[in-house]
Design a binder for this molecule. Structure first.
Ligand code: MSP
Length: 636
């Protein structure tokens, strides 16, 4: 594990002209998970978020609402803080650009740049809408008119201050070449490099106060206020007290920004140039994620459903919400958000894979050894598969978190959860418990399960803080978790374990309101069975079974009695395959059975399930596996 360091992570500061929604929550949850992970690793962490409160847009939104910009900003900024509290976000600070501490640093940096000759007064020309009181860029103009008012725009020229950004083009290209992961993932680095192939222009950084009052006055000319991006980007250093402050000196050299792809250019171009010109070190990494789309379309703030998406956290819980958004989106790429996909992952990965594992393992420990952890097994006599899988998961999580690949980190942890579920099936502690000569083995299996859960309770902490805390508590672990504790063999014998079931109670898909978006099924076609829904099909429990024994059913030409293992239990099945298979041909085979068929008596033998087989023109073939899977594995 790498030595503890200092770590500074930021989210964008959100505009106060929209209420918090899924997109904002995604960035903030990622930053929170990263901050928690680094704290777990022992780093000295500073995690910043906040609100961006100046500029034309906000002044106009406030005017429409009939309130002052400050009153408006106060209300929405509070809504963001409230949303982050409700989501359990662990930010160390929350900056508002209307705060005096921010204005002071912005003016200080402007003064430095002015004194260094990095800013000059020039002329700015643009298409202006008097209705909106703002300039429109060529791209925004529709048929030569204002997209809002549909009225012709007026070309105005005015004097403005410019930052000599073009001076830094060469330097920035070289910086990107020397630091290939300065902007990541690579696609966004390439986007910025592509952009830098064209001549960079100087940046207009002021607006005359005759047009816009709502901003920070330039320290060298108070007839102007600062352009909103110039103001906003500086939040990342003003929150640390600005250059010269001990917090700035400590954290700034370790700064990593996290943003959505929509604001790549200001962060990838303006900001490094501003820092360079001001004589400040640039940030270490810009981490860029993709966009959430809803129902296949791009998410827009005007659509209420982006806010509703955030409401799913109330419906299904914070941990489930965090899990879904981090697992579903590949960091850097776009993804679709749907409640249906949410419920599917919840049931399969949280309720089944993780929830069932925790419930099964803690129940076995309580039932078979009274909840008291036995002494660790000697590994000379015990397979190291599980400790090895833990080691793998831990290093994969570490590598994934280095590059903000949250989905990879979770996939690695679920790999380990899968190993543990299979371990329960194959080691069969319930069978060992019946045989007193197997006591040492039973103790070893239960220790292995308990120790694995304890380590999971640590490794899951940044991702699912509440569930991980419950797991640790069930394993008798008190106090703050540390990544270094996720080391095999630290669980003390005699620790008391409690049953933990219902960690993620399964969602009834019909009750969830998560309806499938597919069109209605086509009409039933002639000659075929009626269509069933996926929910109907899901009622049939298909499992892999290993045939342990096979014998003819007395007085029957067709029936064989099979004893099969389903991993957790043995079953007797009766199958009508005696004319096609000799009993000896079947023993040792892995077949597929319907495990939840109502029991039925066939020629006096009770059958608890059905073996699947295909038939065609008198030939019968029992379904077997193409690749080995343990008995009890689900078949879908
Ligand atoms: N105020 C500026 C940022 C200044 S930072 C110095 C701003 N604010 S914003 O409120 O519009 O927030 C944009 C950010 O919100 C995106 O970069 C992203 O982090 C998040 N998202 C907003 N909608 C999103 C999606 N649909 N999908 C993913 N994240 C998105 O821009």
């Amino acid at each position: 594990m790498s030595a503890a360091t200092t770590f500074y992570v930021t989210t964008p500061i959100y505009y106060v002209n929209a209420r918090p929604h899924l997109g904002h929550a995604y960035t903030t949850i990622l930053a929170d998970t990263m901050a928690r992970y680094r704290r777990l690793a022992g780093d000295d962490v500073f995690f910043l978020t906040g609100t961006d409160e100046h500029g034309d847009n906000i002044a106009q939104t406030a005017a429409k609402a009939g309130v002052s910009p400050k009153t408006y900003a106060d209300e929405i900024s509070a809504a963001f803080r409230q949303a982050w509290r409700a989501l359990g976000i662990s930010n160390d600070d929350f900056i508002r650009t209307t705060e005096a501490r921010h204005q002071k640093v912005v003016q200080g940096i402007l003064r430095t740049l002015w004194d260094k000759g990095e800013i000059y007064l020039g002329r700015y020309g643009g298409h202006y809408c008097f209705g909106c009181e703002r300039f429109y860029t060529e791209k925004e103009i529709v048929d030569g008119k204002c997209p809002d008012h549909q009225t012709p725009l007026t070309w105005i020229e005015e004097e403005n201050y410019f930052f000599k950004m073009s001076k830094y083009q060469r330097w920035l290209i070289e910086h990107l070449e020397r630091h290939p992961d300065f902007i990541r993932p690579e696609r966004y680095r390439n986007e910025i490099l592509g952009f830098l192939r064209d001549q960079l222009t100087d940046l207009s950084i002021s607006r005359p106060r005759t047009r816009l009052e709502w901003g920070i006055p330039l320290p060298f000319d108070d007839k102007y206020v600062t352009y909103v991006w110039f103001d906003a980007l500086i939040n990342y250093v003003s929150a640390l007290g600005g250059p010269g402050d001990p917090r700035f000196e400590k954290y700034w050299p370790h700064a990593q920004h996290l943003i959505g792809k929509d604001i790549l250019k200001p962060h990838g171009v303006y900001w490094p140039c501003m820092l360079k010109a001001a004589g400040l070190p640039v940030y270490t990494h810009l981490n860029v994620h993709g966009y959430w789309n809803l129902g296949g379309g791009k998410m827009s703030k005007s659509i209420g459903n982006v806010v509703e998406a955030l409401a799913l956290k109330d419906k299904y819980g914070n941990d489930a919400f965090r899990y879904f958004i981090m697992r579903e989106m590949v960091f850097g790429l776009d993804a679709d958000f749907s409640e249906e996909a949410f419920v599917r992952r919840f049931n399969a990965e949280l309720a089944n894979d993780l929830g069932n594992l925790v419930s099964r393992a803690t129940t076995l420990i309580v039932n078979f050894v009274g909840g008291l952890i036995p002494a660790p097994p000697s590994f000379a006599a015990f397979s190291t598969d599980v400790p090895d899988a833990l080691g793998r998961a831990r290093s994969e999580v570490a590598a994934a978190m280095e590059e903000f690949a949250f989905q990879k980190a979770l996939a690695a942890l679920w790999e380990f959860v899968g190993v543990l579920n299979r371990y329960v099936d194959t080691s069969q502690p319930w069978a060992l418990a019946k045989d007193s000569t197997q006591r040492a083995r039973l103790d070893g299996v239960l220790y292995t399960l308990a120790e694995s859960l304890r380590c999971l309770g640590v490794l899951l902490a940044p991702f699912l803080p509440d569930a991980a805390a419950k797991i640790r508590a069930a394993l008798g672990q008190t106090g703050e978790p540390k990544l270094a504790d996720a080391e095999w063999g630290r669980l003390a014998a005699g620790t008391r374990v409690q049953k933990l079931s219902g960690l993620f109670p399964r969602i009834d898909e019909r009750a969830s309101g998560a309806t499938r978006s597919s069109s209605t099924p086509p009409a039933i076609q002639a000659g075929r069975a009626p269509l069933v829904t996926i929910d109907d099909f899901a009622k049939v429990e298909l499992r892999v079974a290993e045939v342990l024994a096979a014998e003819p059913v007395p007085k029957s030409k067709k029936l064989l009695k099979l004893t099969v293992s389903l991993g957790t239990e043995q079953r007797t099945l009766v199958a009508g395959i005696a004319e096609h298979y000799a009993p000896a041909d079947l023993v040792g085979k892995k077949v597929v059975v319907v495990a939840n068929l109502e029991p039925a008596k066939l020629m006096g033998v009770e059958s608890n399930g059905m073996v699947l087989a295909g038939t065609a023109e008198g030939t019968l073939a029992v379904l077997t596996l193409d690749r080995d899977l343990p008995p009890g594995s689900k078949v879908r």
